[in-house]
Design a protein around this ligand. Structure first.
Ligand SMILES: NC(=O)c1ccc[n+]([C@@H]2O[C@H](COP(=O)([O-])OP(=O)(O)OC[C@H]3O[C@@H](n4cnc5c(N)ncnc54)[C@H](O)[C@@H]3O)[C@@H](O)[C@H]2O)c1
Length: 287
């Protein structure tokens, strides 16, 4: 199951997973886009047929229903995300709520739905209350893998993207805490991974080449979504608690976050570097 897979990174994750032999279910808020991606995968003839479904990750019941209706669910990728840039006080209530609901609550909804379908915390053979869906996994210990797409914004402060950063910090905190709870409960075969990519050239950034509030998304290497999808596919095979893309940016962001007063004092310099990177990216991409 891949959320937000009607375009951008999610589309490529779904394609890579299909190439690896997963019978992928492509889901998105935009049902038509999800259907198009499933058709694209099936046209390239993977061994397992890809399917599609409309799924709004803000709807916890819908996440549970689709997870429990899926036979032998083994991997759930929480990829859906939204970004609005502006200082936090300049974002209206709806814009703030949307980022928290999709990025943070949506990831929590998807994770809990998958855990239930994997057999964590639910009596065998029962489905979400009020639905006909029933987990169909066989007997034995709960097993499965949840892979959450966070961001470097989950590791460090990000000027201009404060609400987004809050939502991605939530994803990382939730994922790691849940991984520990699973281990405490003896669920060794249920894994949670989090992938934290740097800025990536997807529709999320297409309109932001000239937006100074989005400069931090261009402060490192602007990744191609193919590179990130390859890493996600690798983590799908070999779960990893946290995988930063590229790895060196993880160290840089953690150092930046470890010295908040230096980060605040040095913000102007960091912003200057980020704006220069954004202008270079704009020039290159428009050439
Ligand atoms: N692009 C970047 O620079 C970047 C960097 C780091 C992390 N990320 C993360 O990568 C993930 C994929 O982002 P992307 O760059 O491909 O963005 P994108 O905007 O290209 O694609 C996001 C997808 O999510 C879907 N979506 C939005 N709201 C939804 C909802 N409520 N329910 C279900 N689907 C919904 C959209 O329809 C879209 O198909 C996101 O979690 C994003 O935060 C992106």
């Amino acid at each position: 199951m891949v959320t937000g897979a009607g375009g951008g990174l999610g589309r490529l994750i779904a394609k890579r997973l299909a190439e690896q032999g997963f019978a992928v279910c492509v889901t998105d808020l935009d049902a038509g886009a999800a259907e198009g991606v499933a058709a694209e995968i099936n046209a390239s003839a993977p061994e397992n047929e890809a399917t599609s479904a409309a799924l709004d990750v803000r709807d916890a019941d819908a996440c549970r229903e689709i997870a429990c209706a899926r036979r032998d669910l083994s991997l759930w990728v929480n990829n859906a995300g939204v970004l609005t840039t502006a200082p936090v006080w300049a974002q209206d209530d709806r814009t703030r709520a949307l980022q928290l609901e999709v990025n943070a609550a949506g990831t929590i909804n998807g994770t809990l739905a998958a855990l239930e379908a994997f057999g964590v915390g639910a009596a065998e053979g029962t489905g979400p209350e009020g639905t006909d869906a029933r987990p169909t996994r066989g007997p034995g210990p709960a097993r499965g893998h949840v892979l959450n797409v966070a961001s470097l914004a989950g590791l460090a402060p990000v000027s201009g993207e404060g609400i987004y950063a809050a939502s991605k910090h939530a994803v990382l905190g939730f994922s790691l805490s849940t991984a520990i709870d699973l281990r405490r409960a003896g669920h060794k075969k249920v894994r949670i991974s989090t992938v934290c990519p740097d800025g990536m050239w997807t529709p999320m950034l297409y309109e932001k080449l000239d937006d100074p509030e989005a400069a931090m998304s261009f402060s490192g290497v602007l990744l191609q979504s193919e590179e990130v999808a390859d890493v996600v596919a690798e983590v799908a095979r070999r779960p990893k608690l946290v995988r930063v893309v590229p790895r060196w940016r993880g160290l840089q962001c953690r150092l930046y976050a470890a010295a908040p007063s230096v980060a605040v004092r040095g913000a102007k310099l960091v912003e200057w570097v980020a704006r220069a990177g954004q202008r270079r990216a704009a020039k290159r991409l428009r050439a």
